[in-house]
Design a binder for this molecule. Sequence first.
Ligand code: ADP
Ligand code: ADP
Length: 225
Amino acid sequence: MTELSLRGLTKRFGNHTAVDDVTLDVPDGSFICLLGPSGCGKTTLLRLLAGLEEPTAGEVSVAGQDQTNVPPEKREFGMVFQSLALFPHLSVADNVAYPLSIRGRPRAESRKRADELLAQVQLAGMGDRRIHQLSGGQRQRVAIARGLAIEPKVFLLDEPLSALDANLREQMQVELRQLQQRLGVTTVVVTHDQKEALTMADIVIVMDKGRVQQVGAPMEVYRDP
Ligand code: ADP
Ligand code: ADP
């Protein structure tokens, strides 16, 4: 089944076209890596999906529902930003629970959900720490847990592992893939690392200058020149 569907999705900034007429169907539960050089439109595409940018043309739908008039806080997307964008003044658990609190969920319920998610990302018992007390890899895990807080239909991650050293990055690639398989959530990860895409993806989408150049299984995409 198609979970996520993009039809003619286009975003122009002034006369620069950042995302150019992208049409894609993403199967339910698949792990997608979006590859391409800096400036090719990967981040803009994720922001369009999350509703953080308004498309110039085209539409996004999730499970057959057009998202055009759905504001970001009502969309069933979870997002991990490249900068992580964690709140330094909040505890780890309050960071994870934040998407639930802005949706008005009761505090006790949100805290329980945050603790469950922290266990899923191997941070059980760390909910009361502050962000600055965590290592880089632990912060990454907090951002992943926060992105999953609302039980999103689609999980979006913008270069989630790029700040980590090589060993930790490889470990987190495996962890992220395992977590995604356990939850079955349709996932789109932006990366510019081909090897990372090979480790994690079911489907690789190669972008260039705002357009989709290639879509396929990792081995198919890499075989072609
Ligand atoms: P990538 O994530 O692949 O590096 P981006 O989506 O960040 O690419 O950017 C695609 C293009 O759109 C770039 O040329 C970038 O400078 C431009 N762009 C992105 N966001 C904006 C914006 N808010 N205003 C103007 N130009 C933008
Ligand atoms: P990322 O680090 O996730 O790739 P960028 O550093 O490309 O994101 O952009 C960070 C923010 O700045 C985003 O909100 C993006 O839309 C905006 N942005 C990117 N390029 C431009 C630009 N040329 N002019 C204005 N805003 C931009």
